[in-house]
Design a protein around this ligand. Structure first.
Ligand code: BG6
Length: 518
């Protein structure tokens, strides 16, 4: 598929357009792309959903969504009016053929009006059970035929285990070609996640030390402060391992661990990522407890507010044994990473919303300095802050000023907002633009989704057969269950407190600002 940098006319058909995803993410992202001039002039969003509402109500509802969730805050009324003219909506039962003939008719009318064959992106903003009936009907209506311009966008969760993911892949690839399928993992659209590639492969500095010789271990943390909210119905059948580790955290792991691709062509990048997943050491079923820990939050306090426990949340089974916290230790068995543990953890109702990657370097091979100089000494650490702060921080040692030799750790910091003075685009903006351009680099390929599930299968099996006896086992507002601390402590490590929460009293900070243009 050709990547269009100047996108051709495009129509987004959003199935589930009256739902939450369109409201919070898709329409705000399209609106921002529109303001930033990324959308082609011939552009249209055709929403389809079960909820009955007329066009005015649909547009008003979407404007409210943009007001609440856009990174730019409230809409500019004039720009909104221009953008809203591109929005249309029809209510219908997605399980009937009429909807698809109607969609087809609308698409043909637009083509006629534009005198051009547009890209057509069918976005499934719906629960996974709707994928099969919709894609089959799209095929029946012949809406999958143009291999260059017809595209299907599928949200996670992509299956709930290896077998269901494979089944889903068979279904999709039987109807669309792989290059037409955009499996979304919104973490891949985050600026800082993409920046891992730039940082690793546009600099020579770190590559020589990016391996088992210099790196002791790696921690990937995605901590959420929110609870399960109104998504209990979905979440209680998923859990943290499926909801976060299988996709978002494993994608980050791939970017950290992958070899340099030959080019940034989509398959070159994705091949290298799949290599990582294939190199992950299989976890024996009987050792799952050594490699994985799970938790569920009970009631507790977050920022001075009392919050309820998971089991009393909306649509959650009062005796649920679903994990809301998961920690996993993985090894990548190849030359670069042999023996280096990758610790992944994620949880809801933790003290803060913070995502970070910590690359912990080994101590120096020989300590030249006397013991008295080493009181504050720490090995080097590189931090990739993904959210809410977006940046890169490097900890290294310097001499503390004074007449005695004393070493002190300092932090060199780069923050996007300081260096570039502007907020990076939202993940969905990047991803929707890539759908329009036909660039699948930041989307998951079929084999990637399956390889991801296969890594986690032993944990899923064991956790499903053995209910956890001690749930809830961490208080809302704490850093998770003791089991997770034990998992990492067994290797002589501890979970690194996210940087923005660390007291930097005794840590001097050097700010890195963008270099002035020559
Ligand atoms: C989603 C998960 O994929 O990612 C949610 O289903 C989670 O449970 C969300 O809250 C986190 O995304 P972000 O971008 O807020 O870190």
């Amino acid at each position: 598929m050709q990547i269009n940098t100047h996108p051709r006319p495009t129509i987004f058909v959003i199935f589930g357009a009256a739902g939450d995803l369109a409201w919070r993410k898709l329409i705000p992202a399209l609106y921002n792309l529109f303001i930033d001039g990324w959308l082609p002039e011939a552009f249209h969003v055709f929403g389809v959903g079960r909820t009955k509402m007329d066009l005015t109500a649909f547009r008003d509802h979407q404007r409210e969504g943009v007001n609440r969730f856009s990174r730019r805050g409230k809409v500019d009324e004039q720009l909104w009016e221009k953008f809203a003219a591109h929005l249309a909506y029809d209510a219908g039962d997605l399980g009937t053929d009429e909807v698809y003939s109607e969609v087809k008719q609308k698409l043909l009318e637009m083509e006629e009006k534009w005198r051009a064959r547009p890209n057509r992106a069918f976005y499934l903003a719906l629960p996974p059970r709707m994928i099969e009936p919709i894609v089959k009907r799209l095929a029946d209506a012949g809406l999958n035929q143009d291999r260059e311009r017809d595209r299907i966008v599928v949200e996670k969760p992509f299956g709930r285990d290896f077998d269901s993911a494979r089944e889903l892949n068979c279904l999709l690839t039987g109807i669309f070609q792989e290059s037409q399928i955009f499996r979304i993992d919104h973490y891949l659209g985050k600026e800082t996640v993409q920046n891992i590639l730039a940082f690793r492969f546009a600099n020579t500095l770190f590559e020589p030390i990016w391996n088992r010789r210099y790196i002791d271990h790696i921690q990937i943390t995605v901590a959420e402060q929110d609870g399960v909210g109104h998504r209990g119905g979905y979440y209680d059948h998923a859990g943290a391992l499926r909801d976060m580790i299988q996709n978002h955290l494993m994608q980050i792991l791939c970017l950290i661990a992958m070899e340099a691709p030959i080019s940034f062509d989509f398959d070159d990048v994705r091949n290298k990522k799949v290599d990582v997943l294939h190199a992950i050491r299989a976890i024996p079923h009987e050792q799952v407890h050594h490699y994985a820990a799970r938790g569920q939050y009970g009631a507790g306090w977050i920022e001075g507010e009392h919050v309820e426990g998971y089991r009393t949340e909306l649509q959650v089974d009062p005796e649920s044994s679903t994990e809301t916290y998961a920690a996993v230790k993985l090894f990548v068995d190849n030359w670069r990473w042999q023996g280096v543990p990758f610790y992944l953890r994620t949880g809801k109702r933790l003290p803060a919303r913070i995502s970070e990657v910590s690359i912990q370097f080994r101590p120096v091979p020989h300590q030249t300095f006397p013991a008295a100089a080493l009181m504050d000494w720490r090995p080097n650490r590189l931090l990739i802050a993904i959210q809410p702060e977006e940046g890169i921080l490097l900890r290294f040692e310097v001499k503390h000023p004074g007449q005695t030799m004393r070493l002190s750790p300092v932090m060199m910091q780069f923050y996007y907002r300081e260096a570039f003075k502007s907020a990076p685009p939202e993940a969905y903006e990047t991803l929707l633009l890539d759908v329009i351009r036909g660039d699948t680099t930041l989307f998951m390929r079929a084999d990637q989704t399956e390889a991801g599930w296969s890594v986690l299968t032993p944990i899923l099996d064991v956790w499903e057969t053995a209910r956890s006896a001690d749930f809830p086992n961490y208080q809302a507002g704490s850093w998770g269950p003791e089991e997770a601390d034990i998992l990492i402590a067994r290797d002589g490590h501890n979970w690194i407190l996210p940087t923005s929460l660390q007291c930097s009293e005794d840590m001097a900070v050097c700010r890195v600002v963008q270099e002035p243009k020559q």
